[in-house]
Write a protein that binds this ligand. Structure first.
Ligand code: ADP
Ligand code: MG
Length: 238
């Protein structure tokens, strides 16, 4: 139910191609990591999947539906950004449920979904706090909870750990992995960090200059890089 297909999806800004026609099939429940140097087109690709950026060509299919020209809210996706702005005046519970309330989901259903997400993310004891009373890692978990309650077919993450310190990064990374195991949802995760890619992914997509260089399981890419760029990028310390 959470398959994702990119068919020759491309992006040009003012005649300058930043994502060359890119095709990728992501299976239901797969954890895919797009990795590559800064500026190689990872965020642009993710933003096209999310509907935050128009495509210049190609087709995007999510859960069996062509969504190429649909609004973000109609795509059955949820996105977690690196700047996970929460509403400062709302409690954790209100932050997590707000989007569902706007979408007119019944109150009892909102409560049930928020409680379930809180349980999985270990937020139960924090539900009445305001964002100002939380640590960075806790805030990031609330942002994930807010995405989870929408029960999207596909989760999109854009460098969700990059504003956290090294220790917290490990913790939240483990939580994201647990989240994936608990929910079995399809995830497309963008990072420039090779370690994150290798530890989280079912399959890694290595990008350079708007093109896919290699797609494969972490150990396959590590063991058999197709070229010097991939070998250097995955092999070199982060
Ligand atoms: P990454 O996420 O891999 O660091 P991006 O997808 O953000 O890379 O950017 C890819 C390229 O597209 C970069 O050269 C960037 O400058 C360019 N770019 C991104 N967004 C825009 C935009 N709105 N207008 C013009 N160029 C853009
Ligand atoms: Mg980016």
């Amino acid at each position: 139910m959470g398959e994702l297909r990119l068919r020759a999806v491309e992006k040009r800004f003012n005649g300058n191609t930043v994502v060359h026609p890119m095709s990728l099939d992501v299976a239901d429940g797969e954890f895919i990591v797009l990795v590559g140097p800064s500026g190689c087109g990872k965020s642009t690709t993710l933003r096209m999947i999310a509907g935050l950026e128009e495509t210049s060509g190609g087709e995007i299919e999510i859960a069996g539906r062509v969504v190429t020209h649909l609004e973000p809210k109609d795509r059955d996706i949820a996105m977690v950004f690196q700047n996970y702005a929460l509403y400062p005046h709302m409690t954790v519970r209100q932050n997590m449920g707000f989007g569902l309330e706007v979408a007119r989901v019944a109150k009892a259903e909102v409560r049930q979904r928020v409680d379930e997400a809180a349980g999985i993310l270990g937020l139960d004891a924090l539900m009445d706090r305001k964002p100002g009373q939380l640590s960075g890692g806790q805030r990031q978990r609330v942002a994930m909870g807010r995405a989870m309650v929408r029960r999207p077919a596909v989760f999109l993450f854009d460098e969700p750990l990059s504003n956290l310190d090294a220790k917290l990064r490990n913790t939240v990374r483990t939580e994201i992995k647990k989240l994936h195991q608990a929910l079995g949802t399809t995830i497309v995760y963008v990072t420039h960090d090779q370690v994150e890619a290798m530890t989280l992914a079912d399959r890694v997509v290595v990008m350079r200059d708007g093109r896919i260089e290699q797609v494969g399981a972490p150990m396959q890419i590590y063991g058999s890089p197709v070229n010097l760029f991939v070998g250097g990028f995955i092999g070199a310390p982060a």
